[in-house]
Design a protein around this ligand. Structure first.
Ligand code: ATP
Ligand code: MG
Ligand code: MG
Length: 289
């Protein structure tokens, strides 16, 4: 599967813009240096909170508010690619799971069987469905998402690669990239011979880890479905940003999590810091050779 590249106009100059996840049609070019992402209420609420955080704010694309275009609402965001020259881009989805506690609860109370997700499941692994699922030829959404989490490195490492674009090409074909070794290989491909970006990525990730510690948003939210976007170019310029807050959900009153402990249903842990630790350690390993 090739990632979608479209042309975004930056002032009068046109440059290619790459989207490593999400649906085609969710993004439009915005005014100079910005992009428009289809508005989701939760994300539109979360972005200003994140941007206002003293430390974490620097690691989140600038939010320029909601805008309407041809009757559709979008959030206007800083385009993280626009200062790079032919950027290499990687989207890493963080956490040990990609569905909310409330999605599990809903699915249990009122299970909606999805034939389309059953088909997606067997196209990856024909042996995955249980006998019951085979008879129904359908699965629930959380069941499908858990399957995706277990097939990839999400459950075991606390993050997964969603997509990578380098100057050699682009791929979103990481559904079964699960072992530490195969993740290392993919990351090595992403870095290529621009090794000078490795220490920059390591310090950017450490800065983010530090910023998260003092973030009120991080303290009070189930960080689900959110990514780190890695961008570098041949000049050695590199940066990492937190993106995609459409699913991040405030924890119920009285619930607190450390983002590191093992998740068991009902404890709300998301494994974000567990994943970040693993990611830093893998980048360190690549750097040390
Ligand atoms: P999904 O939920 O399936 O991950 P989504 O519709 O919520 O998708 P995002 O994950 O926010 O969309 O973004 C999809 C892709 O678009 C990212 O992987 C990245 O390549 C690109 N992208 C998103 N936000 C920005 C930004 N501010 N600047 C540059 N690129 C971005
Ligand atoms: Mg995303
Ligand atoms: Mg999303």
């Amino acid at each position: 599967v090739r990632a979608l590249t479209k042309w975004v106009s930056l002032s009068r100059i046109k440059y290619p813009w790459t989207q490593m996840a999400g649906h085609q049609g969710s993004f439009l070019a915005g005014s100079t240096g910005t992009i428009l992402k289809l508005l989701v209420t939760k994300e539109n609420d979360n972005l200003p909170l994140l941007m206002a955080e003293p430390q974490l704010g620097h690691h989140v694309p600038k939010y320029h508010g909601a805008v309407e275009k041809d009757g559709t609402s979008y959030v206007q965001l800083q385009d993280l690619l626009c200062k790079f020259t032919s950027p290499c881009v990687m989207d890493i989805k963080m956490g040990v799971r990609t569905y909310l506690e409330e999605e599990l609860e809903k699915a249990r109370k009122k299970p909606t069987l999805r034939k389309d997700l059953y088909q997606k499941m067997i196209s990856v692994d024909a042996t995955a469905p249980t006998e019951e699922e085979q008879q129904q030829e359908a699965v629930t959404k959380p069941r499908y998402m858990r399957f995706r989490d277990d097939m990839s490195s999400t459950s075991s490492l606390g993050f997964r690669i969603e997509g990578i674009k380098t100057n050699a090409g682009s791929s979103k074909d990481y559904k079964d990239t699960r072992s530490r070794e195969s993740v290392c290989t993919a990351l090595r491909g992403f870095i290529g011979d621009t090794e000078s970006v490795l220490p920059k990525y390591i310090s950017a990730l450490s800065e983010i880890a530090e910023a998260l510690q003092s973030s009120n948003f991080f303290k009070t939210n189930e960080m689900i479905g959110t990514s780190l976007l890695f961008v570098h170019d041949r000049t050695g310029k590199a940066g990492v940003w937190l993106i995609d807050f459409a699913k991040c959900t405030a924890l119920p009153d009285g619930v607190s999590i450390d983002h590191r402990s093992t998740w068991v249903e009902g404890n709300y842990e998301d494994g974000y810091l567990f994943g970040l630790d693993n990611l830093i350690s893998i980048f360190q390993e690549l750097h040390d050779g």
